[in-house]
Ligand binder design. Structure first.
Ligand SMILES: [Zn+2]
Length: 396
């Protein structure tokens, strides 16, 4: 069993690593030390990184027998080496781990909500899960206020061992018997925990809940503390300032300004839609004037380059309003011809059958009903296709 030096002094960063054993497994090359400052991934807290001699510690894992394996990027032999943990990473994990105890205790004391799991991260917001469907914004604000008050009052965080789990009033009594490590936030909370915590609550720094979400039947809160809270606020401030600059208003006026822009945008879209419809009406009228008379019917065949098929359909439906009109409108993208056929009611022609008849020689696909049909095929002889249309209309 490896002796955990981080239990004795959580602020210590350097030590002499006595490598007693080396090994190689699927995770890579690992060393076991007689004692270590490197915290292994456990209890929702990520492992430490750092160096042993000039090898980087990439991962730290605790085994069931209590041995802690340090996985390195470069092999070293048994012996004594100077070792150092990555303090910036560890300290931020300590800030978030202590913040988690404080927040969990705040939700418990104020709302009797028990923490069912947690995840501590120095990089992304840490999380706490509660066995409840929903948390109200008021509950979140209240817990945040209690937690920050505990930080600002700078309570001492004590760690010690007890052999009897009834010896201290645990917030969540441990399930195991025997020696239990207690984290006591003086005058506020008792927890059983093997993680690393700041010696004073003041070292946690500002504590902010940044998100709450429902996951299955539970509610997860995301929070930041200390240095990560500073980075988070800088990110928000810079995004807010940039947005305010684009809107040419102050940060506080942003919501009103965006709401006004959205309203204007909707108005412009409504106008644009009306204009587009008027434009299509005019285009249909122009095309209809040049329709070719075939017997009693009128025929329009027209192909456009890369025209939106939805728009083409709207144009075709307008042409269908003209008595005795048959129209075949296409859009050609250089390879594929998409087209729409429409037949006015009194033509006694069926748009779907007309389409199928056109597609058959080219192996194209499509469908519709008697009044309008839509399809596509690959052809480079559009003239032949239109000639065929003419014959069909003539013979109908
Ligand atoms: Zn803890």
């Amino acid at each position: 069993m490896t002796k955990k030096l981080y239990f004795d002094d959580v602020m210590q960063t350097k030590f002499t690593a006595e490598v007693t054993k080396t090994l190689r497994d699927e995770r890579g090359f690992g060393v076991i030390l007689s004692e270590t400052l490197f915290y292994p991934t456990s209890g929702g807290q990520a492992h430490d990184t750092g160096v042993i001699a000039d090898s980087q510690v990439l991962d730290v894992v605790i085994q069931d027998d209590g041995h802690i394996i340090h996985y390195l990027d470069k092999e070293i032999s048994p012996g004594s080496y100077p070792a150092k943990i990555n303090w910036a990473r560890r300290f931020e994990n300590m800030q978030h781990h202590t913040a988690q105890h404080i927040l969990s205790a705040a939700f418990w004391q104020e709302f009797a909500l028990e923490t069912i799991s947690s995840h501590i991260s120095y990089e992304t917001p840490s999380t706490i899960d509660f066995d409840v469907d929903k948390l109200s914004p008021e509950q979140i604000s209240r817990a945040e206020e209690i937690a920050n008050a505990i930080v600002f009052e700078n309570h001492t965080v004590k760690t010690y061992f007890v052999n009897d789990k009834n010896a201290v009033p645990f917030r969540r009594p441990p399930k195991v018997d025997g020696e239990i490590r207690v984290i006591e936030i003086e005058g506020f909370d008792y927890s059983a925990c093997g993680g690393t915590h700041t010696p004073q609550t003041g070292m946690v720094g500002l504590l902010k809940i940044v998100k709450s979400e429902r996951i299955n039947q539970k509610t997860r809160i995301h929070f930041v503390a200390g240095w990560q809270a500073l980075r988070f606020l800088r990110g928000i401030q810079s995004a807010a300032q940039e947005t305010a600059g684009l809107l040419a208003v102050g940060i506080a006026e942003m919501p009103e300004s965006v709401a006004r822009l959205q309203e204007q945008h909707k108005e412009v879209e409504r106008e644009l839609k009306t204009l587009r419809q008027m434009q299509l009406d005019a285009e249909a009228e122009r095309i209809a004037q040049f329709a070719e008379p075939i017997g009693e019917k009128w025929l329009v065949t027209k192909v456009f380059e890369n025209r939106d098929v939805g728009e083409l359909r709207n144009l075709a439906l307008r042409l269908r309003q003209y008595p005795l009109m048959v129209a075949l409108l296409g859009s050609y993208d250089g390879k594929k011809l998409s087209f729409i056929t429409v037949c006015a009611e009194n033509t006694e022609l069926n748009a779907s059958e007309l389409l199928k008849d056109h597609l058959a020689p080219y192996g194209g696909r499509g469908g519709g009903d008697a009044s309008v049909a839509q399809g596509g095929c690959t052809t480079d002889d559009i003239e032949a296709l239109f000639q065929h249309t003419k014959e069909m209309v003539r013979n109908s």
